[in-house]
Design a protein. Structure first.
Length: 122
């Protein structure tokens, strides 16, 4: 179960926030608007990407990874495709749904890597 560790409000009035979440191995800072949850609450899955790109098959690796890109909300992630039709990737305990279709040579069960501009909680 993934829970909210910390909330930094960008606008409390608009319920717009940076939301810090973690599983046993990885930490992610997500964007949320509106955010109706509190610290300690369970995070609804899947998480959603904004501008997922550079999606490629990891041919000889079965790797989960999360790396922050720059100073904004961007991330480089690697994980296992759990639903090709929905472009859902399991990264550690996180389920991330890409806003881009997976390339045709990628199937459910494959490991992939991708980058995105932001990860959102709805």
């Amino acid at each position: 179960m993934i829970k909210i560790d910390k909330i930094e409000w960008l606008s409390e009035e608009a319920k717009e926030a940076e939301v810090y979440i973690s599983d046993e191995n990885f930490n992610i800072i997500c964007f949320a608007c509106p955010l109706d949850q509190d610290v300690g609450d369970e995070v609804p899955l899947p998480l959603y990407t904004l501008h997922a790109e550079h999606i490629y098959l990891l041919k000889d690796e079965e790797v989960f990874s999360v790396e922050k890109v720059g100073t904004g909300f961007g991330y480089s992630l690697s994980g296992c495709v759990i639903d090709k039709d929905k472009s859902q990737i399991k990264v550690g305990e996180f389920i991330v749904e890409l806003d881009s279709p997976l390339p045709g040579d990628i199937e459910t069960g494959n490991y992939v890597s991708f980058v995105c501009a932001r990860i959102d909680i709805y």
